[in-house]
Each structure stands twice: as structure tokens, then as C-alpha cells.
Design a protein around this ligand. Structure first.
Ligand SMILES: Nc1ncnc2c1ncn2[C@@H]1O[C@H](COP(=O)(O)OP(=O)(O)O)[C@@H](O)[C@H]1O
Ligand SMILES: [Mg+2]
Length: 353
């Protein structure tokens, strides 16, 4: 099998070159005009020159379909994404206090958090603050940041006074102005225990009918394990809803890639059934990995002049990437003890549903 990014040849400087056309951008026109061989580019220059996504035109795309930025427009709502969204929306709407959403890296937590923010954006009765990186060193700093983002008109240098100011603000907004105040925190697994304690404290502010602050935490799986500790029992007790984003199934993976293709303005979907199988196999259903591999494969197809992305190309991309995120599910060694001997068997864990 020919590796994807092995050069078609080397130029006079012994640099790699590819038989491709370079997209002209304002920053690269100088290079192009000074190059006497428009179809022979060195790889190092190519990466710099093609920042404008070379394959868009070839595949009739308006936008990049497989970017890793968490743009909610590209979100494919799988059953678990839908459930998580509904549970969080319900927690907020019913003013129940705390909603948790867990998921492995790359399963779409940040994208879903943005989707949630977008859905509540237009509701005039809701004010929200979205904290993307909550690793503040102290609760004081987190509180100050929340207060600033909610545009609380008062402040104080004293932490306890500040807490009181925020409590009065929440009460006033909820009871006198009928507002729902929402705090969305992404990467909640980075919250230190004193910050979690602050959140617990803020969720104590309530009337008989409602919590005054709705908190939605998006966190990696390790956070769930941390919450087992007895010191967080009071926080966990306040969780009205918890949900988990699963890896996508093979059918959902294909649907997600197709969905993103259509959102990006694509017409004929270039991934063959074999390619989709391989993408699932190597990504274990993790959308982030699928998106990265799909993007690499499109570039590969473009560079190699292939009209479609087939299974072989995905294998080449995976081999070329050579990173652990594309390794298939590890074979687990399961040791079973029988009456007189140890039997060792191997099985592959699959995520197929
Ligand atoms: N359900 C999905 N539909 C479409 N793209 C997704 C989905 N889930 C994740 N992605 C994509 O995978 C990448 C990583 O998603 P992200 O939300 O940052 O994951 P996480 O926050 O869980 O690590 C992004 O490009 C995102 O658009
Ligand atoms: Mg994230």
C-alpha cells in the first residue's frame, strides 16, 4: 500500500513535492508568482500555502465539513445527544438546580454546550453565563468572574460580601423580574474542590418552589469518578438530572458524517460504505477522531486525484497519522479461573449497538 503523504518526487532543493494546484490566497500569491513550476511544490511550503482548505472546490463544498471546532451548526443529534439536551433544558426550565452531562473526550460535550447556549439565547427570560475554562485557582476568582459576566452592578473586595451580593442579585432577578439565571460550565472536571463547594453554596439559594441559579456542568468521565467521594455528596444530591454522551454507533457515525457533509454544502457524499466502516473501526465511534480522519481523507483524495474516499484511503490516513486515538479497541485479556487451570482468552470490546 502506498503511504498517503509519500511524495511524488523531490525537487532541486531535495524537498518533497506533490502534483497539486495551490489555492491562491493573499498571503501566498508572492510565492506562487515567483515559482517557475506551478505544479511542483515542496511539502513544507504546501502546508503553509494551503491554509485555505484546498479540497473545497473539488468536492463542491461551501465550508469545511470536518473541522474540529465545536460549531453547533454541525452537530448531529444522536439519541444520547438529544436526551442530554432535553434533560438539561428541562432542569433549566423547571428551575431544578443542577444538571450534569458526562462524556469521553471528543464525544461532543463542548458542541452540545454551545447548542444549549444557542437554544436559550433567544429566550428573553433567561440570562446565562458560559464558562469554557473553569480552572480558576480560587473560588473568589470564579465568583468574581460569574458576577462580572452576569453584569451584577455591585461589587466588594470581601469574599463573603461578594457572595451576599450575588445571592441578593439572584433573588431579585428570579423573584422580582421572573428571570431564569443559568451558569453553563464546560470542562467541569478541572474544577477544584473549593470551586465545587462554591457551586454547591450557590445552589442553596432557593425558594420553596425553585432554585435561583441553574447550573449545567459538562465534564469528562473522570469527573463522575471524582464525585463518588463523600465530600461531594451534598453537591451530587443537588443534581436533578445527569446524562452521558455515548460513542456513536456505526449507523450514527455514518449519519453524522453525512449530516456534516450536507451542512457544509456538499452534494454527492464521497465516502464509500467500506470507508465508513473503517472510520468507525479506527475511531471507536468517537466523533472527534472521525472528523479528523475524514478531513485527512478528503485532503488525501484531493492530493491523489481520487473522486471518492474508499477503505484503502482511510487505512492510509490512519497509518500516516500513527497516533493512539486511531487504534481500534484494545484486545482485552480476560483471565478466567477454572477448577484446575487458568484459561486465558482474548476478546475485542466493541461499541456496536
Ligand atoms: N454529535 C456530533 N455531531 C457532529 N459533530 C460532532 C458531534 N460530536 C462531536 N462532534 C465533533 O467532534 C469534535 C469534538 O467535539 P467536542 O464538542 O469538542 O467534544 P468534547 O467537548 O466532548 O471533547 C468537533 O469537531 C465536533 O464538532
Ligand atoms: Mg470539550
Amino acid at each position: 500500500m502506498r503511504p498517503l503523504f509519500v511524495p511524488a518526487g523531490r525537487d532541486a532543493d531535495n524537498a518533497y513535492y506533490f502534483p497539486v494546484d495551490i489555492v491562491r490566497t493573499p498571503c501566498n500569491t508572492g510565492y506562487i508568482s515567483s515559482n517557475p513550476r506551478p505544479h511542483r511544490r515542496s511539502w513544507s511550503k504546501l502546508t503553509f500555502l494551503t491554509m485555505k482548505i484546498p479540497y473545497l472546490e473539488r468536492f463542491g463544498l461551501v465550508e469545511e465539513p470536518y473541522s474540529t471546532s465545536p460549531n453547533p451548526r454541525y452537530l448531529y443529534i444522536s439519541p444520547t445527544h438529544s436526551l442530554a439536551l432535553e434533560k438539561t433544558k428541562w432542569t433549566i426550565g423547571a428551575k431544578k438546580g443542577l444538571a450534569l452531562c458526562f462524556g469521553a473526550v471528543g464525544t461532543g460535550k463542548t458542541t452540545l454546550a454551545r447548542e444549549l447556549a444557542q437554544r436559550i439565547e433567544d429566550d428573553p427570560t433567561i440570562s446565562y453565563v458560559f464558562i469554557t475554562n473553569p480552572s480558576y485557582p480560587t473560588p473568589n476568582q470564579l465568583l468574581r468572574s460569574i458576577i462580572q459576566e452576569f453584569e451584577v452592578p455591585e461589587t466588594s473586595k470581601n469574599y463573603l460580601d461578594l457572595l451576599n451580593i450575588f445571592k441578593n442579585f439572584l433573588f431579585d432577578q428570579s423573584m422580582n423580574h421572573g428571570k431564569t439565571l443559568v451558569l453553563i460550565i464546560d470542562e467541569a472536571q478541572t474544577l477544584k474542590p473549593p470551586l465545587l463547594e462554591l457551586l454547591r453554596q450557590m445552589m442553596n439559594y432557593e425558594s420553596n418552589e425553585q432554585k435561583f441559579l441553574q447550573v449545567v456542568l459538562f465534564a469528562q468521565e473522570e469527573f463522575r469518578a471524582r464525585l463518588q467521594h463523600p465530600r461531594f455528596r451534598n453537591l451530587v444530591n443537588r443534581a436533578a438530572m445527569a446524562s452521558t454522551l455515548d460513542n456513536l454507533s456505526p449507523i450514527e457515525s455514518a449519519a453524522m458524517l453525512r449530516h456534516r457533509w450536507l451542512v457544509a454544502g456538499g452534494k454527492e457524499f464521497p465516502f464509500t460504505a467500506g470507508a465508513l466502516d473503517k472510520l468507525y473501526y479506527h475511531s471507536r465511534g468517537i466523533p472527534r477522531t472521525q472528523v479528523i480522519l475524514a478531513d485527512n481523507a478528503l485532503l488525501g483524495a484531493y492530493l491523489m486525484g481520487k473522486p471518492e474516499v474508499d477503505a484503502e484511503l482511510i487505512e492510509q490516513v490512519v497509518k500516516d497519522r500513527g497516533l493512539p486515538d486511531t487504534e481500534p479497541e484494545p484486545v482485552r485479556i480476560v483471565r478466567r479461573k477454572t477448577t484446575d487451570s487458568k484459561v486465558t482468552s482474548a476478546r475485542r470490546q466493541t461499541n456496536g449497538r
